[in-house]
Write a protein that binds this ligand. Structure first.
Ligand SMILES: Nc1ncnc2c1ncn2[C@@H]1O[C@H](COP(=O)(O)OP(=O)(O)OP(=O)(O)O)[C@@H](O)[C@H]1O
Ligand SMILES: [Mg+2]
Length: 545
């Protein structure tokens, strides 16, 4: 019993710590990591991930936020706050202490509970959660992915709670980039890996740009005098180096006459020339070279040859960029010069250096997906050989803290749109769904009997934490707001929610464009309930050596 109580207290402490961050008027947290880095964030998952939580039950809430992040991407603060509130309800139901015993205010039966069994609570909560999800489904309104304006509202709502909420450019960028990589008519899922975000320090967030194509952080090599711009590019991505091989071990060659030296130099020349010629023969005119720690990517001589044969070169391509580059340009990585053939090249209309985006970047535009014979494109698996549509975003920001947060916020907005692609339905925001579920569970509990009735009511009441916290964080009187909301929902105003703008309750919060995906809310309730059930069922902690 003591262990269970301790677990609940520890987990609730975590939930309380991030409660102040919920909603558009929520506070941000500054976190100093063990490595001495500073992070400023409003994202629930990021906060919890970087806090050093030690208690194992409290860690379950950290994992919960992470699970929500994977499942829905947004709602990571809400899920933890809901779990904390459900744990509070469970604690009361467990009858911890006589003085805190739960009094059920149902006119028919007034009973004093002196403690329910944890598994009874866990099971009843599960049923209540299933019911809650049903209620959310019935409240939601279907949307079309072609309806860009509505998608924009959902993205704006998600961004409204972030530091970057005042930036008008981010929401359209998030929506357009997702719409660009999917087919809005048939898409069932979005692979967010097809959207590449490049962070560039300097400028303001408003200078951020969406580029239809590929942007590389690396610059074009100019020292050999080669081209810096190439139209009708045929792109080859190589994983070998254009420099003379180094011996495996440290051994030295003694050369003692000029003829021998000449011979060595000549060998090197022909070796490099042959490689570059082979590359040219395959009709490649843009060469991307993967970074290697063993050898130099190019040397002066090979650069000279490349320039002579009019091949543009970019070096230091990172290993983890290779997949994205291949996806966007349709090229295949080439490990060895002998296998350098034309079919492995990708193509683009133009590759050039761009100075406009804060520092030099290489921009590849006009990438056309190459039609491969087996173009049975299917979403999700990601194993198709046909190049997927990809897009690059260059995010600008005045300092690294803002830049990182802008990236995280943009990721949240992407996830919101992804949720809408997966499940094409929207809910009103501002605590309206939670209050409605609470109201309906309350009504339902009156038709039930016994412990289930009590648990359903407790579950519903616990969900009121969301509008309560939204109001509290916005400086409103939470009791007043929640009471009014309850009243409104009892009158059948399903979409009444906390209005931050007008500082009170609004009959239809959707008029303020506060909309959130159904998937975010349902997954928050499901995941929170699951974690609470797990915590309730633990009655002991054992240590092993
Ligand atoms: N303009 C608004 N007016 C009222 N409520 C809003 C508004 N914008 C957002 N909300 C509400 O704020 C809540 C979301 O807050 P927030 O984005 O801070 O947390 P989260 O989405 O749970 O977690 P995170 O974004 O950190 O992953 C939702 O309940 C949403 O309905
Ligand atoms: Mg959010």
């Amino acid at each position: 019993m003591a262990v269970r109580t301790a677990n609940i207290v520890a987990a609730r402490a975590v939930a309380d710590a991030i409660r102040t961050s919920l909603g558009p008027k929520g506070m941000d947290k500054m976190i100093q990591t063990g490595k001495g880095e500073t992070i400023i964030t409003n994202d629930g998952n990021t906060m919890l991930k970087d806090m050093s939580v030690i208690h194992p039950a409290a860690k379950m809430l950290v994992d919960l936020a992470n699970a929500q992040d994977i499942e829905a991407g947004d709602g990571t603060t809400s899920v933890v706050v809901i779990a904390g509130s459900l744990l509070g309800a469970a604690e009361r139901l467990l009858g911890k202490g006589e003085e805190r015993s739960y009094q059920l205010k149902i006119p028919l039966l007034i009973m004093k509970i002196v403690g329910l069994h944890p598994t009874v609570i866990a099971e009843a909560f599960q049923h209540a959660a299933t019911k809650a999800v049903e209620i959310l489904h019935s409240m939601s309104v279907p949307i079309q992915l072609t309806d860009r304006a509505t998608l924009l509202k959902a993205a704006t709502t998600s961004l409204s709670s972030k530091i970057v909420s005042q930036e008008p450019k981010l929401a359209p960028m998030a929506v357009d980039s997702v719409l660009r990589v999917i087919d809005p008519k048939t898409a069932e899922n979005v692979d967010l890996k097809n959207i590449r975000m490049l962070k560039r320090l300097g400028g303001t967030i408003d200078d951020s740009e969406m580029i239809d194509g590929l942007v590389l952080n690396q610059q074009v090599l100019k020292s050999g005098g080669g081209p810096t711009r190439m139209e009708k590019a045929r792109i080859g991505l190589i994983q070998f180096q254009l420099s003379p091989p180094k011996p495996d071990m440290e051994n030295s060659i003694v050369v003692n006459d000029y003829r021998q030296m000449d011979k060595i130099l000549k060998e090197e020349r022909t070796y490099l020339l042959n490689m570059v010629k082979k590359i040219k023969k395959a009709k490649c005119n843009v060469l991307l070279i993967q970074k290697s720690i063993l050898r130099d990517a190019v040397n002066d001589l090979s650069l000279h040859f490349l320039a002579k044969l009019n091949i543009l070169a970019v070096k230091d391509i990172e290993r983890d960029e290779v997949e994205f580059i291949c996806k966007s340009t349709g090229c295949k990585p080439i490990a060895d010069v002998d296998s350098f053939t034309e079919d492995k090249l990708g193509s683009a209309d133009l590759i050039e250096e761009d100075n406009a985006l804060g520092g030099r970047l290489t921009k590849i535009t006009g990438v056309k997906p190459i039609s491969t014979p087996s173009s049975s494109s299917s979403s999700g698996s990601g194993t198709t050989s046909a190049p997927a549509k990809t897009i690059s975003l260059v995010v600008r920001g005045a300092n690294p803290l803002i830049l990182d947060e802008a990236e995280r916020s943009l990721h949240d907005a992407h996830c919101v749109i992804r949720c809408l692609v997966k499940k094409k339905a929207l809910l009103a925001g501002g605590g309206a769904p939670e209050i409605e579920v609470s109201h309906q569970l309350n009504v339902l509990s009156r038709t039930l009997t016994g412990t289930e009735a009590i648990c359903f009511k407790a579950f519903g009441d616990a969900l009121e934490i969301v509008p309560n916290t939204l109001a509290e964080n916005a400086g409103l009187n939470p009791i007043k707001v929640v009471t009014e909301l309850r009243h409104r929902h009892a009158q059948g105003e399903t979409n009444a929610g906390v209005s931050i703008r007008s500082g009170g309750v609004r009959t239809d919060i959707r008029e303020e464009n506060v909309l959130q995906p159904l998937l975010v809310s349902t997954s928050a309730i499901e995941l929170a309930t699951e974690t609470v059930r797990h915590i309730l069922r633990i009655d002991d902690i054992a240590l092993t050596r």
